[in-house]
Write a protein that binds this ligand. Structure first.
Ligand code: HSE
Length: 409
């Protein structure tokens, strides 16, 4: 910190969030000075095309990283911490792939590495897991942690927008990543779930251990049938204890109306934390957007100007479990002839898949069968899907989406 009571903030990146942060910082400088006794000032801005990292580093007490990407960002952050600078970042991909190295560096160097903006925008999930819930044994975390996909699914269901129209609108509103395929294919949510799992279960979790599916294959009629069955479709991240291990995954899922995440719509995010001691806590709010995420980043800067907090070393290594139990929605286009329903039921029964509800529509020579099946080991359901796909009475490849089975409320 410079002797004149100024706290110098160097900014890497000037995109949607970086630009919003640069605008916001001077507007809040008076209040922050009253709170901390130090006046924050932007000491320099570097982008991928302009500026010198060395100069920014020398002129700053803290580095805010909103540039994204893995390299050279990782090197910059390690260099900054080794030079004794606090770091605030919203870079979920970097933390989900190199978090252990960065957190270890922060510990060794005695500086703060804060990252509230990396998960769920301005919803304070990181500090709740690191601080408020530090004393709880967490059993499960469910999250809607990608604003773009939640916005797309909401708009498709609400006003019948097509997928490309809804995606274009999400990009226009500044929710989507520079490469929106990371939103749509589930990778952005998977990175965020790796970070949440790391904090909730105190075990190393990297992005490569998170199984993820996106929403590219969702069809408008999946949403129509969901409506008919009284379900809401969301891209859900889950991190939960399974036996003595941990499962972390992201996939589209149908929710019953009483589920705490069922009513979360538009670009909003929400995270539900379950633990015996606390029952269940749900936090929700804006999960994407420049000013919203910049506000979480500014909160981290203010916290870094006060006393230290750090991510403790992991205390165990839990086995990552690949095969878990899920309920499914199953959509089949079949020939409308005697014995077809019995054949489908037989294939399902062979894999222990039990049907909970069925809607059948006649469509001339074909019929559409839409079912919800009871929870079953995913590997068994995958076997059943493969067997169904091979039936000559199938008129299109079978489609399936998971259903969160808990019926709340
Ligand atoms: N693209 C991200 C989202 C931004 O849509 O949630 C916030 O990380």
């Amino acid at each position: 910190m410079s002797a004149d009571g100024v706290f110098r903030v160097g900014l890497l990146g000037h995109g949607t969030v970086g630009g919003a942060f640069a605008t916001m910082l001077p507007l809040h400088a008076d209040r922050i000075e009253r709170l901390t006794g130090l006046r924050p000032e932007l000491s320099g801005v570097m982008t991928r095309r302009s500026g010198s990292f060395k100069e920014i580093l020398e002129g700053s007490d803290l580095i805010v990283e909103l540039m994204g990407g893995i390299d050279p960002t990782r090197t910059y952050l390690l260099e900054a911490m080794r030079a004794g600078r606090h770091v605030v970042t919203a870079n979920k991909q970097l933390l989900s792939q190199h978090g252990e190295e960065l957190w270890e560096c922060a510990r060794v160097c005695g500086v703060q590495l804060r990252f509230e903006g990396a998960v769920a925008g301005v919803v304070p999930v990181i500090r709740v897991l690191q601080e408020a819930l530090a004393g709880a044994t967490i059993e499960r975390v469910h999250g809607i942690v990608n604003g773009t996909t939640n916005f797309i699914l909401t708009e498709m269901a609400r006003v019948g927008m097509t997928f490309p129209e809804a995606l274009a609108e999400a990009q226009r509103l500044g929710y989507a990543e520079a490469d929106p395929s990371e939103d749509v294919d589930g990778r952005d949510a998977a990175a965020k779930m790796a970070i949440l799992a790391r904090l909730a279960f105190d075990t190393p979790v990297s992005l490569s251990q998170v199984r993820y599916e996106g929403i590219e294959h969702i069809q408008p009629d999946d949403l129509a049938y969901a409506d008919e069955l009284g379900l809401q479709l969301k891209l859900i991240g889950t991190a939960e204890r399974v036996g003595s291990g941990l499962s972390v995954r992201v996939h589209p899922a149908f929710l019953y109306p009483g589920h705490p995440l069922a009513s979360v719509s538009g670009p909003f995010n929400a995270v539900t934390v379950e633990s015996e001691a606390i029952t269940e806590i749900t936090m929700s709010g804006p999960g994407a957007g420049g000013p919203q995420t910049a506000s979480a980043v500014l909160g981290d800067v203010i916290s870094a100007m006060i006393p230290p907090a750090s991510t403790p070393p992991t205390s165990r290594v839990l086995e990552i479990v690949g095969d878990v139990v899920s309920a499914f929605y199953l959509h089949l286009e079949v020939a409308d002839q005697p014995g077809v329903l019995a054949t489908v039921a037989q294939v399902l029964a062979e894999q222990d898949v039990s049907v909970k509800s069925v809607v059948q529509r006649g469509l001339g020579a074909q019929a559409r069968l839409v079912m919800v099946v009871h929870p079953v080991l995913e590997s068994r359901f995958t076997e059943a899907m493969a067997a169904l796909a091979g039936l000559d009475v199938l008129r299109a490849p079978p489609r399936a989406i998971r259903v969160l089975e808990e019926e709340f409320g």
